[in-house]
Design a protein around this ligand. Structure first.
Ligand code: TXA
Ligand code: MG
Length: 307
């Protein structure tokens, strides 16, 4: 299969929507990372997503929609989830809710669960595609399973060229971390991500931490692994290592020389991709654990986990 690179102009968007309607696979930019999209009602198309990624089939997928009204076709929102959707959508928050009656989604999307993770992305290309397609798009991050999430069209091509129909070029993802995932009753944090938990608690008053029986396999320790070994909280680099820095100081690549956590998040996966390609162990300087720093440290811990 030849993978087409489509521009995010009206012709490219129309072509991408056509491919989705025909059961094909289109990678598209969101503000978090690139997603690998398929029609969430079409079981065969969704199966191709699992195949292209080499993903274990128990992992449910996030369903992307154009707006809250469309989300309510597929999920049943209570007062609290509605308040969160109104506050944070479009944006980097995925909300797990019970399936709505007559939702029409393939059971492969939910991996057989009675709930669905829904998200309205804030990226003009993604919004245009979802509006034009006018249907639910299941999309995991557009990387081979177990590899670093892609934040540029080049990352997607490197991992999936020849395995998917097209990449809709939406430039570099500005958030650079996957969406925060919340769900359950009481409402719990299932995955740290682009919306810091402090901001969610401002709306909900509280947020439980998910227990060990978590149904969000994005929690698997080695989910975000580069090939190279990773050493965290390094004060300096040891012989043979590459140093990934944060804040002022000498290093091989810096997530944010000024110590800005949003900039660091946006650079995280791209910098890991770059260092990983040099085939040397990577050391990372300490990163504060507040705001977006919590999600950055979560990703780094998973990447450093033994495997
Ligand atoms: O930013 C993002 O969230 C990106 C972009 C493309 O939207 N997507 C993404 O998808 O990171 P993925 O497949 O890599 O991660 C989806 C996570 C998985 O950890 C999965 O277990 C969880 O969402 N998930 C999906 N449906 C769920 C459900 N019904 N209950 C609990 N967790 C769910
Ligand atoms: Mg992923």
């Amino acid at each position: 299969m030849e993978t087409q690179l489509l521009a995010s102009d009206p012709a490219g968007i129309a072509r991408a929507a056509e491919i989705l309607s025909a059961g094909g696979l289109v990678a598209f930019a969101t503000e978090t990372v690139y997603g690998l999209g398929a029609d969430a009602r079409n079981g065969e198309a969704v199966a191709r997503v699992y195949a292209a990624k080499g993903r274990p089939s128990f992992n449910p997928l996030i369903v992307h929609v154009a707006d809250l009204e469309m989300a309510q076709r597929y999920g049943a929102f209570d007062k609290q989830s509605l308040a969160l959707a109104q506050e944070f959508w479009p944006g980097p928050l995925s909300i797990v809710v019970p399936l709505a009656p007559n939702h029409g989604l393939s059971s492969l999307v939910t991996a057989g669960l009675q709930t669905v993770a829904l998200r309205v992305p804030a990226h003009s290309g993604a919004s245009a595609l979802l509006a034009q397609f006018d249907g639910p798009v299941a999309a995991p991050s557009a990387n081979p399973s177990g590899r670093i999430s892609p934040t540029t069209p080049e990352h997607v091509m490197t991992g999936l060229q020849g395995k998917i129909d097209a990449v809709l070029d939406g430039g570099t993802c500005i958030v650079g971390l996957e969406s925060t995932i919340i769900g359950g009753a009481p409402l719990a944090l299932l995955r740290q991500g682009g919306v810091p938990q402090e901001k969610i608690i401002q709306i909900t008053g509280s947020l439980a931490q998910a227990g060990p029986d978590i149904t969000s396999p994005g929690q698997l320790a080695s989910h975000y692994a580069p090939r190279a070994a990773l050493r965290l909280n390094a004060e300096s680099k040891q012989k043979g290592e590459l140093l990934l820095g944060f804040g002022p100081g000498l290093c091989d690549l810096n997530l944010s020389p000024t110590g800005d956590l949003a900039e660091a998040a946006a650079n995280l996966f791209a910098h890991l991709h770059t260092l990983d390609a040099m085939n040397k162990p990577i050391a990372v300087t300490p990163i504060p654990d507040t705001g977006l720093g919590a999600a950055i440290n979560d990703r780094l811990k998973r990447a450093a986990a033994p495997r």
